[in-house]
Design a protein around this ligand. Sequence first.
Ligand code: ATP
Ligand code: MG
Length: 367
Amino acid sequence: MSSLKNSFKIAVLPGDGIGREVMPACLEVIDAAVKVAGAPPMSFETHQAGAQFYAESGEALPASALEACRKADAILFGAMGWPDIRFPDGTEIIPQLDLRMEFGLFAGVRPIRWFPGLPKVLSDPRAEGIDFVLIREQTEGLFYARGRGEIRDDQEAYDTMQITRAGTERVTEFAFQIAAQRKRRGRPGVVTCVDKANVFSSMAFFRKIFDEVAEKHPDVQKDYAYVDALALNMVKKPWALDVLVTENMFGDILSDLAAGLIGGMGMAASADIGEHYGLFQPAHGTAPDIAGKGVANPSAMILSGAMMLDWLAVKHREPKLADAARLIEAAVEHTLSTKTAVPMEYGGGANCADMTRSVIGALGAVR
Ligand code: ATP
Ligand code: MG
């Protein structure tokens, strides 16, 4: 049965810094791709939120924006936060963390794949086979400590790691399902539990729950790695990795390392998935060092948009949206592999607008 929806409502939060530069690029590419694929159009509704908006209005994430996100079919998010703009208590403005809690976006999905045209960060030719997915738990772990930390008499400081049975079950179950889907694409189908179970009881508990969930998936292999050893292997033989699942903080660190393997943050797409909601954003931040110059690589944002189309395609049984997602991926690949435009991030001359134009131009060629 095909979808009965003839258009999709998308809440758009460009945010701060390069979020405001890469978001228009993404929207243009999505518009063009759904047209080429003959898929239902998206109607975008943009809302202000973030550090800059806080400076102007005193609100970082207004109720109206939250309400719009709740009513939309999906959420597109640029990046939020700015070094000089902080809450009165000195903490950073990071509404993305609030959104994860608000909408129960427990799984951070970060696909890492090398394809022709990307920088060869590792000299080993097998690095061309890098193709893995990092699943980061996003509602608890060490980030539970946010806003709850304690400093005693200026002598001691404490943060708490929270690992719950329910939180670990849902994220590991999600990882096994992803691995099963990838297996069908001819991949080995291995989920690696990344933890520090040899030191922390919270992490030993995480691994225990992982084992229980693995029992339900005899068709997918399971593996374990301590996070330090995994960091080493991610650099030494990343082509051996398939699906990784880990707690919030480890996932935060490993996803930046993983992005480094394919050239940088400008390629790192990501999806925040919950039971009912999906938010799609690049894994990078607002990049204050390059913001305002129009030089950001929009690929990560554009590829996150493709992840959104894939998610909508499954949810609403609309295969043409998946066709549009494949077109976008192929157009980004085509742009990079033919060097039609080489992002400034990789030492080329293409700025954000050049990249966008090339990707849109390639949509016809890869069809
Ligand atoms: P956050 O705290 O939100 O994770 P961050 O401080 O880790 O942010 P990012 O904004 O992710 O920083 O940027 C890290 C580095 O990667 C910076 O040098 C930035 O310029 C670069 N970078 C990030 N995104 C892009 C992009 N889309 N194109 C080019 N360079 C980028
Ligand atoms: Mg970062």
